[in-house]
Design a protein. Structure first.
Length: 329
């Protein structure tokens, strides 16, 4: 059986749509090696964590969306390793929130054994996954997470670019460490948000539950900074220090619910978020307009026109749209 047919049999089996002939073929494959059995068990566990029933058609369609990307990135991977890649990709894509997001799980070989996986949330989307250790991860639009799925060593290390929310599975013997270009966040089991987009001049973390320790990546021997629930830590690269302040955590984590929530925010701040998410360009009549204050909530799934109309209704500002350019006056 070729790889594509095995993918088909697995999704038919898990969705309960397999015919007797397909079940026989699946059993022959899964019983042919211990590696096949372990691969299927991993996929089955993730499938069972899905929030709604998934059909094999859904998964096949999602797999076809990522097939081209994976082959372009890893044409040099041997067939056996490529099969392992597809098994992992099928597991991730099976989760319902990822079906529509075009996620893929890429692997890169280090030496002959170690593999790294990469989870990606495309622009304009929020994505969710469960790592092999049970840690629940949400990634905001334009973010990625790279990690060793086996979590070998004395720490569970992940590398974040962008913004992620983590509900860490407790393991006192193996701390969970989120690494960014500027900060490292170390925890045993807790819920927190980290924002580290490359084009922003600061890195921040907000804690909801538990305790986290933060280190400066460039100064690993410096004493860690601890923050408590309801606090926000902000790293300023110019001053090279971490500032702690109280924060309403929901304003920093509402994106998990696919919402923009603003409380007395300046228009220029709102525009920054809308430009990033919707890939549009704003043009203000004058700079002073950017200091206009606004309070409100926008849904990610809404058209940007809904957000613009909400701003227009609560301020004296009017807008007009020309392609991907938005003029405000």
């Amino acid at each position: 059986m070729d790889d594509q047919h095995i993918e088909f049999l697995i999704t038919r089996k898990l969705s309960g749509e397999a015919t007797p002939k397909e079940l026989a073929q699946f059993e022959a494959w899964v019983c042919s090696s211990e590696q096949n059995r372990k691969s299927f068990e991993q996929i089955r566990r993730i499938w069972q964590n899905s929030k709604r029933p998934i059909s094999s058609h859904d998964v096949q369609r999602a797999l076809s969306n990522v097939k081209t990307t994976i082959h372009k990135k890893e044409e040099h991977i041997p067939k056996k390793r490529l099969m392992r890649r597809w098994m992992q990709a099928a597991a991730v894509i099976a989760m319902p929130l990822l079906l529509a997001l075009g996620w893929y799980l890429g692997t890169q070989s280090i030496g002959s054994e170690k593999l790294y996986s990469e989870l990606i949330a495309p622009e304009g989307q929020v994505a969710e996954s469960i790592l092999a250790d049970g840690t629940h991860v949400w990634l905001n639009a334009g973010s990625s997470l790279r990690y060793d799925p086996s979590f070998q060593g004395d720490q569970r290390n992940v590398e974040l670019i962008g913004e992620g929310y983590f509900k860490v599975s407790k393991n006192p013997k193996k701390p969970f460490v989120v690494k960014t270009s500027k900060l490292q966040v170390k925890v045993l089991g807790t819920s927190f948000n980290v924002r580290a987009y490359p084009d922003e001049n600061h890195t921040e973390a907000v804690l909801e539950e538990g305790v986290i320790e933060m280190y400066l990546t460039d100064y690993p021997n410096q004493a860690p900074v601890k923050i408590k629930p309801g606090e926000q830590a902000i790293y300023n690269p110019e001053q090279k220090n971490i500032q702690i302040q109280e924060a309403d955590t929901y304003f920093h984590t509402a994106w998990r619910d696919r919402k923009f929530v603003f409380k007395d925010a300046e228009l220029k701040t709102i525009i920054y978020h809308l430009e990033r998410f919707y890939k549009v360009r704003f043009h203000l009549k004058d700079e002073a307009m950017g200091e206009t204050r606004f309070r409100g909530t926008f849904e990610y799934d809404q058209n940007i026109l809904n957000a613009l109309e909400a701003i227009e209704q609560t301020t004296s500002i009017h807008f007009r749209v020309e392609g991907r350019d938005i003029w405000m006056e």
